[in-house]
Design a protein around this ligand. Structure first.
Ligand SMILES: NC(=O)c1ccc[n+]([C@@H]2O[C@H](COP(=O)([O-])OP(=O)(O)OC[C@H]3O[C@@H](n4cnc5c(N)ncnc54)[C@H](OP(=O)(O)O)[C@@H]3O)[C@@H](O)[C@H]2O)c1
Length: 261
């Protein structure tokens, strides 16, 4: 698809208080996007907004917990009141819930689903009527390479991101006729606080959130259906061709990594 400028667009970005969200907030603002930064830690959001403003960008901060209907509704309402429209929503807020399958319980599955799946869907569904009224918009979901290359111990996290990836692919087809695009992002290992506890395998080194943010900007400009980064993520194709070889590779390459200390 042809490249389109993002300048002047109004965006909501959840999980903007650190990690990938913070890097993406700066990258969007540098493209002239007006960004509504949302998360629970208000002081972190205000710091990110101040950095954006001092670099000449435009940002709003709106505290919201993505597990709370009323807070997410209020987030959307405030952006519409301020900018009159919502062009892009990036459902990025997420947590990493790891539990070995032998110790799986419903609580860890529910915790991951509540934020990574229902939190992202709550955000998208709150914005959808506005986009339908506009006749255009761009829904962006932060899945994970884990949805394509599930690794040992990551059951709750993988399940939540696979569910998100699944429904986003359906929404992409259903909503195209309404002028609404859907992009799904599948990051590999990214160097953020989420992975501080982990030392990763040589084949999947942590890459900087700024590099991922730049890839995402390029993808959003082209309304790409999916963004897979870093490139080692394409190992999933091999895994699709042969699950046995895929499982063996995950094991010998130790994609789950090691404890950091
Ligand atoms: N790092 C990786 O390797 C990697 C790989 C693939 C996908 N991802 C995905 O990328 C996204 C961002 O992750 P990250 O690496 O940047 O992690 P991070 O540094 O831990 O940031 C997570 C963000 O989510 C927000 N958040 C968590 N729970 C929330 C809630 N209930 N309501 C609202 N906001 C909430 C946090 O803000 P507050 O605590 O201030 O609320 C924070 O801004 C996640 O969806 C993650 O699954 C990360």
């Amino acid at each position: 698809m042809a490249k389109r400028s993002l300048a002047g667009q109004a965006a909501i970005l959840t999980g903007a208080s650190g990690g990938i969200g913070e890097a993406l907030a700066h990258a969007l603002a540098a493209q002239g996007v007006r960004v509504a930064l949302s998360a629970r830690r208000v002081s972190r959001l205000e710091q990110v907004a101040a950095d954006i403003t001092s670099a000449g960008g435009e940002a709003l901060t709106i505290a919201a917990d993505v597990t709370d209907d009323a807070q997410v509704e209020a987030l959307v309402q405030r952006v519409v009141e301020t900018w009159g429209r919502i062009d892009i929503v990036i459902a990025n807020a997420g947590i990493y819930v790891q539990t070995p399958s032998a110790e799986l319980d419903l609580a860890s599955l529910q915790q991951a689903m509540e934020i990574n799946y229902f939190g992202a869907m709550r955000t998208a569904l709150a914005v959808l009527p506005q986009m339908q009224q506009q006749g255009n918009g761009h829904l962006v979901f932060m899945a994970s390479l884990g949805a394509k290359i599930p690794i040992p111990g990551d059951g709750p996290y993988v399940a939540s991101k696979a569910a998100l990836s699944g429904i986003a692919q359906v929404m992409r087809q259903d909503l195209a006729k309404e002028g609404i695009s859907v992009t799904i992002i599948y990051p590999g290992r990214i160097d953020t606080p989420m992975l501080d506890h982990l030392r990763t395998s040589w084949i999947s080194p942590k890459v900087s959130p700024e590099k991922l943010a730049q890839k995402i900007i390029n993808g959003l400009e082209r309304r790409q259906r999916r963004i897979i980064y870093p490139f080692t993520g394409y190992l999933y194709v091999l895994r699709e061709l042969s699950p046995a070889v895929g499982d063996w590779l995950i094991r010998v390459l130790r994609l789950q990594g090691w404890p950091a200390s």
